[in-house]
Design a protein around this ligand. Sequence first.
Ligand SMILES: Cc1cc2nc3c(=O)[nH]c(=O)nc-3n(C[C@H](O)[C@H](O)[C@H](O)COP(=O)(O)OP(=O)(O)OC[C@H]3O[C@@H](n4cnc5c(N)ncnc54)[C@H](O)[C@@H]3O)c2cc1C
Length: 455
Amino acid sequence: MSSHESFLSELRALLSEGAVSSAAEDLNFYSVDQGPVVDLQLPLAVIWPTEVSDVQAVLRLAGKHGVSVVSRGAGTGVSGGAHATRNSVILSLERMNRILEIHPEDEIAVVQPGVINAELNEAVKPYGLMYAPDPASYRLSTLGGNIATNAGGLRCAKYGVTRDSVLALDVVLADGSLIHTGHRTFKGVAGYDLTGLFVGSEGTLGIVVGATLRLKYLPVSSRTLAIFFEDFRTAAAGVLAVGKARVQPAIMELLDGASMQDIDNRMHSRLRSRGGALLLIQTDGFAAQAEAEAVAAAVAPLGGTLYQEDPEEAHRLLELRRNSRGMDADLETRVGEDVAVPRSRLVDYIAATELLAARHSVNVRVVAHAGDGNLHPTFWIQDEDREGINRLNAALDESVELALAMGGTITGEHGIGQFKLRWLGQEQSLEVRQLQSRLKLLFDPEQLLNPGKAI
Ligand SMILES: Cc1cc2nc3c(=O)[nH]c(=O)nc-3n(C[C@H](O)[C@H](O)[C@H](O)COP(=O)(O)OP(=O)(O)OC[C@H]3O[C@@H](n4cnc5c(N)ncnc54)[C@H](O)[C@@H]3O)c2cc1C
């Protein structure tokens, strides 16, 4: 029996019926997430644990056989963080999907990693609460995946990113041991912040098998403003105007004309006919109306056309924005970026991106979580020849260098995964990268947890 065969037969003996598959369709489906594929590998098996003890048993067995473990939530990641690697298994946490506790007075929920973000929000709504971080993939992505990528979202402009809502974690380490980090209280500073370290670690330090999450009050009311401008740069200037008016919107999203056209084509909406760029702002809380009026006054000098939307239309517009990426995986000919720049540089970044795309003869469309300075330019080419792909890559490289030169980052929320490794050395010094490698070795000496990702 080969070593792989003996690993698989020991695995099947450890877990319950139906928890392991090596069927070709499962291996294919689970081999990639939504990110560009750099080096396609099929896993040896897909594993669906249902208990923490299953995860522990898998990690002990993988360690014994030297097999890598790639954890996976819903596979909506766009950086290749959940792509299979050579000699790996995919550990899908999707069946560990129970909400274990909701404690309204403490404003917390305790969840398993496979709970879908939107399901937690539905469950806490009757208590007047919400789980604030809402990636546009909130109807699909899991809380474990959100935690492992430190996901952002539309409401993060006001309520913070995933890390700000994670109080405690249960994590299975590479040797199969189970640790609990953090606390049920909002405050707590005992020792190093291991909870914060695991958030955003992309499955390279341990497997998240439970999380205690901070909830926030569901706002009593909200107002949504759709402000259409002639051009994207003026819309971006609106973001700074709102800041000067001392309003902190819950949501502040930007879409350029090409993104609106793309949404119209796919969703049969009519955004593009209303203007060349859209600034979508939502204020919330008891002062929602007063804040909306302050926003309207602040952007008026920029000359856009402002609509205060009724709740139904507001919901529709936000869903259109959430659908702006579509569900197609990135390709060699179409790549979505995730840079962030200081907000004061938004207008400069957008102007320079338009110019660089034209110089490299590639198409670009941009949506942005503008409240966070987090931009998602999508660059694409029509032709599939090598020369076109080289031009696309040159544009991607330049767009990333531009963000770094402005004091920004190569990834605001999607993570490094496999795809963004090529730029990491431009953002982080050698000393910082070496320190991260030493941390990785401390947690995972055999380097079996999601190797070749994140650092
Ligand atoms: C249409 C669309 C819209 C999107 N919008 C946003 C957005 O607004 N904001 C945003 O931040 N992202 C967004 N994303 C990207 C993606 O949805 C997020 O990165 C999300 O957090 C991934 O969750 P997932 O459950 O799909 O994780 P996966 O893609 O399955 O995994 C992501 C990473 O987490 C690791 N991982 C998963 N579960 C665990 C676990 N339990 N323990 C340890 N490691 C684990 C994986 O190994 C991988 O490295 C979007 C994606 C799509 C397709």
